[in-house]
Ligand binder design. Structure first.
Ligand SMILES: [Zn+2]
Ligand SMILES: [Zn+2]
Length: 70
């Protein structure tokens, strides 16, 4: 079985990252039952789906206009 590391992110999602492919996978390239051997908690990170998107250059300008006193 292939060895996987389970990562838990601060958003509560999990990701499985292969840490070692077994011989069977390397020779046949067939996915076998994943065997989670390591657990890591990434308390400071969010998964790829929950990461805030890169700020848009003009976002600050819009906010400044909205907050401008009349
Ligand atoms: Zn395997
Ligand atoms: Zn997430």
């Amino acid at each position: 079985m292939c060895e996987f590391t389970q990562r838990e992110y601060s958003c509560g999602h999990f990701r499985w990252v292969a840490s070692q492919w077994c011989r069977e996978y390397r020779t046949t390239h067939k996915r076998c039952e994943p065997n989670v051997t390591h657990f890591k908690y990434r308390g400071e990170e969010r998964c790829g789906n929950c990461k805030p998107e890169a700020p848009v250059a003009w976002e600050g300008m819009i906010k400044r206009l909205e907050q401008h006193p009349q």
